[in-house]
Design a binder for this molecule. Sequence first.
Ligand code: GTP
Ligand code: MG
Ligand code: ZN
Length: 296
Amino acid sequence: MRDAAVARPARVVSVGRNAVWLAFEGSDELHFASIRKQQERISLVPGDMVQAVPMDDERVVVDRREPRTFALERRTAGGRTKTMAANVDGIAIVAAFAQPSFHAAMVDELLAFAEIHDLKARLLLTKADLASSQDVERILALYGRLGYVVLSINPRARAGLDEVERELRGHQTLLIGQSGVGKSSLFRAFGGSATVGEVSAGGRGRQTTTSGRLHYFADGFIIDSPGVGEFELRDLPWSEVAYGFIEFQPYFGKCRFTDCSHRSEPGCAIRAAVDSGDISPSRFESYLSMVGRGKS
Ligand SMILES: Nc1nc2c(ncn2[C@@H]2O[C@H](COP(=O)(O)OP(=O)(O)OP(=O)(O)O)[C@@H](O)[C@H]2O)c(=O)[nH]1
Ligand SMILES: [Mg+2]
Ligand SMILES: [Zn+2]
């Protein structure tokens, strides 16, 4: 026996079936790693920290997963829970002004998710070049007025990247949004590689696919993710959903009924704010669609 193999901390960069790509702490060289037999049931996602052992023959074996500071979970269409990323401190919601058309309900649900979980959220809006300037101005104004960081960018033309970098510097951020909105274009514009998952497994010729990727960048990292068809918060009572809408806060406690769900009760302060134009109808619609689906 030569040097005893010692486990070292490493970050999961990409995930395939029964295997991951990881980078040992302090290096961004990628290693293909398998998961130790006894540990095969642990699930790993991009951003996870693990203890991994470099073996003599260049193989790397993951011993165990470190506790997560935060795991970003969403519900799938089948009602199951899927973990998208671990150890992030914020999300960058990527949405297009057009092609695909702006999906307000999803953006609002992601913003609510961030509020409820105390994650920093920014809105990165792409494809202004394919939309009418009225639509662009309306959407920028709506979310800017709420106090969110909203950037209009064009990852394909590399426009707006400096602002994004300034905003994400020092953070661990998941890029999240519908398919085709430009997440991977942005990820690649910052030097992220899209091909890491095309390595064959351990050189044994079996192709594995990735479900996400991490790129160290600006004293932090970004994680690209596959497009989400829909994003559903876990079942939340309406009282918690309301907390996800920051502009509702000044009205809490001002409805006639203390348990007002802000749907159709008389004397509802939030509905009154919608009627007077202080709360945007599209945001209120998103709220209604979220509480209509959840449990009361
Ligand atoms: N015109 C225009 N095209 C863009 C812009 N941003 C991205 N695209 C194009 O949109 C297409 C889809 O971009 P992707 O980066 O693959 O989208 P994605 O969000 O990663 O999609 P999924 O991986 O399916 O979730 C590509 O052809 C990009 O070149 C933009 O601001 N303007
Ligand atoms: Mg992509
Ligand atoms: Zn109310």
